[in-house]
Design a protein around this ligand. Structure first.
Ligand code: F6P
Length: 322
């Protein structure tokens, strides 16, 4: 079984990018350990703070963010970082080539119930001669990402990674701390009978999504002519991992629950990296209006609607949006 560094070097990954990825993974191994300790680590539960988006921060959100932020800024490999848990971007080494956007602990409400959580990251090139303190350096469409990945803290710790040459899956061997290649190239089946959506929001969705889901639920007696199964982990990282492993459609569509917040998922920390991983595995990732990887971000905490997964099913869903 092959370890991560030689695999990426064979793919033409530069030494600098490899070192940056390994730096992120070093923090993820520490997060994996803390998550795995559960109540023993004394970090379950919430803090008294909210992040800039008004969400309660879990103690593990804060800890994971601090671990990633410290290790990245100390490494000298990043010009700046943007984190879901930071109000603003943070400047790093002005001479570094890369910038990193990350969600330190996606699905963190799952920590208290011993369910799936994960770290999602997106690596882009910093524009030449740019100011590390200028957050506009992150305003790049997702197709410009040089690497994207997530580490899923589940029964085992799994890494899904792409540097634009397919999506590979690695498993952390906790006996010696190395990520081992356990799936050469993930391939999302084009067809599926499985979908993931928070159905409790159904009455707040737009008509296109209402109609699409109604037709899925109608099963083999409805217009789709087949029965569908539904899954919802409440951690995008877990739901996308299932899609990478066996296909499916995952969506968090627009809703009218809070008129000031029509979308839930973040473009830079969630939608973009997941869209690259999914497209590199043969799937599709769309908002309903546009390919996610073509969106020009307007601000670092921007949110979008997300429809991703098995190609033919995403296309079927998009047909309702036309
Ligand atoms: O970032 C947000 C997130 O936790 C995603 O990982 C997940 O898909 C979604 O929110 C869960 O949303 P809900 O609370 O509506 O189930």
């Amino acid at each position: 079984m092959r370890r991560l560094p030689p695999v990426l070097i064979e793919d033409g990954c530069s030494r600098e990018l490899l070192s940056l990825i390994r730096t992120i993974l070093a923090a993820c191994k520490e997060i994996s350990f803390r998550v795995g300790q559960g109540a023993l680590s004394g970090v379950l539960g919430s803090t008294l703070d909210e992040n800039i988006q008004g969400e309660t921060q879990k103690k593990l959100d804060v800890l994971s963010n601090q671990l990633l932020k410290d290790i990245l800024l100390e490494s000298g490999y990043v010009k700046a970082i943007a984190s879901e848990e930071e109000d603003y971007t943070v400047a790093g080494n002005p001479d570094a080539e890369y910038i990193v956007a990350f969600d330190p602990l996606d699905g963190s409400s799952n920590t208290d119930i011993n369910s799936l959580v994960g770290t999602i990251f997106s690596i882009m090139r910093a524009p030449k001669d740019s100011d590390p303190a200028d957050e506009r350096i992150f305003m790049q469409p997702g197709h410009q990402q040089v690497a994207a990945g997530y580490v899923l803290y589940g029964p085992c710790t799994t890494l899904a990674l792409t540097i634009g040459k397919g999506t590979r899956i690695f498993t952390l061997d906790k006996t010696h701390g190395s990520f081992m290649l356990t799936q050469e190239f993930a391939k999302i089946p084009e067809d599926t009978k499985e979908f993931a959506i928070n159905a409790s929001n159904q009455r707040h969705w737009q008509p296109a999504m209402q109609n699409y889901v109604n037709d899925l639920l109608a099963g083999d007696t409805g217009p789709r002519g087949k029965n569908f199964n539904m899954r919802w982990i409440a951690a995008m990282v877990g739901d996308v991992h299932r899609v990478l492993c066996r296909g499916g459609l995952f969506t968090y569509p627009a809703d009218t629950k809070d008129p000031n917040k029509p979308f839930k998922l973040r473009l830079l920390y969630e939608a973009n990296p997941m869209a690259l991983l999914v497209e590199q595995a043969g799937g599709m990732a769309h908002t309903g209006d546009a390919r996610i990887l073509d969106i020009d971000p307007q601000e670092i905490h921007q949110r979008v609607s997300v429809i991703l997964g098995s190609k033919n099913e995403v296309e079927a869903c998009l047909a309702y949006h036309k």
